[in-house]
Design a protein around this ligand. Structure first.
Ligand code: DAH
Length: 344
């Protein structure tokens, strides 16, 4: 009986070793350990017919063999499983280089892209980047900027008025210029600051008019600041944006908060000054209203006009964005239309 068991063990071991697939290994396992007709199981069952001593000895041996063989089968199973994965990889059934599912990333609005670039340029020139309230007081939006109540300049900047408590008048700011006064009052002179932001006008909408658009206000005040400084900063700004030297010209322009005031035009970059539909055949594009800060405005900002002088400008940010990307309808910018926004 003992001998028979040892022979069986050797046979089983070689069968397990020879099995070269998980399917074959399972067959071997069933052959020896199957509930019905499994060779080892039937031997163990037959033990009960043996006499006392034999029963114990053979029983122990048979159990040990069973234990060893089951361990062996388990090891072989692990080996064959990992081989199966290796083979699948080799056969390219599993492609571990396949890219994952891409998450869709949003993009920045073109207004934000240009604003970020402008902020970088001005930061490099030592300017602070400031913010101001969109709901502004009549005082900051007009009065302090040398535009008293019945001044005709108010007609050109109609806006939305909001009734506040106890007759206080609030309005949606028509330009970023009120930040000039707030900045002077808060930081005093000398000062270099820009304030990008949203402004509002009561407008009939069309391809070039929006009731919501963006400006970037600039202010530089120090001792002995002149128009020369103004032109130098404007040229640096334009070179930063258009990545090349841009020809500029100054024309007189009227704004109550500067004296003298200018319209700064740039040589049309589309036609190189020859004349095209964008520059209305003039070769020049109106881009930057600017000027030397009016003494009344300095006073409103608690700065002594006898000691300090400075310049200010109001860049049409939305306008610049349209020129830079060739956008022919201003309404697209705030439309939220993904077909438009995905291009940036
Ligand atoms: N605030 C003016 C506007 O919206 C633009 C402007 C003109 C701003 C001249 C300035 C400036 O700072 O100096 O029409």
């Amino acid at each position: 009986m003992k001998e028979k068991l040892e022979q069986l063990k050797d046979k089983a071991i070689s069968a397990i070793k020879e099995a070269d697939s998980l399917g074959l290994l399972e067959k071997v396992e069933l052959q020896y350990f199957g509930r019905k007709g499994g060779i080892l199981n039937s031997i163990l069952k037959a033990l009960k017919d043996l006499s006392g001593e034999d029963k114990k000895e053979i029983g122990q041996l048979a159990n040990k063999i069973k234990f060893d063989l089951l361990n062996l089968i388990e090891e072989k199973r692990k080996e064959l499983s990992s081989k199966k994965i290796d083979q699948a990889l080799e056969k390219d059934d599993i492609d571990i280089t396949m890219p994952g599912k891409k998450k869709e990333l949003g993009s920045l609005n073109p207004n934000t892209i240009v604003q970020n670039e402008l902020e970088d340029i001005f930061r490099s020139l030592g300017f602070m980047i400031l913010d101001g309230p969109e709901l502004e007081s009549d005082y900051y939006n007009f009065e302090a900027l040398n535009i008293p109540e019945h001044h005709p300049a108010r007609d050109m900047q109609d806006t939305f008025y909001i009734k506040g408590k106890e007759g206080s008048k609030r309005l949606l700011r028509t330009h970023t210029s009120p930040v000039q006064i707030r900045a002077m009052q808060k930081y005093g002179a000398p000062i270099r600051a820009v304030a990008p932001g949203r402004v509002f006008r009561y407008e009939a909408l069309d391809a070039s008019h929006e009731n919501n658009f963006y400006q970037l206000e600039g202010l530089m005040i120090d001792k002995d600041i002149s128009i020369v400084n103004l032109i130098a900063v404007m040229k640096t700004l334009l070179k930063g944006i258009f990545k090349k030297d841009v020809k500029v010209r100054l024309r007189p322009g009227y704004f109550p908060f500067v004296e003298p005031g200018f319209e700064l035009d740039i040589h049309c970059l589309i036609c190189n000054g020859k004349g095209c539909s964008v520059c209305k055949q003039t070769g020049w594009l109106e881009l930057l209203p600017c000027g030397m800060v009016h003494p009344n405005v300095l006073r409103a900002g608690n700065i002594d006009p006898e000691k300090y002088s400075g310049f200010a400008f109001g860049l049409g940010l939305t306008r610049l964005v349209m020129m830079r990307y060739g956008i022919n309808d201003i309404r697209l910018i705030n439309s939220g239309d993904l077909r438009f926004l995905k291009q940036f």
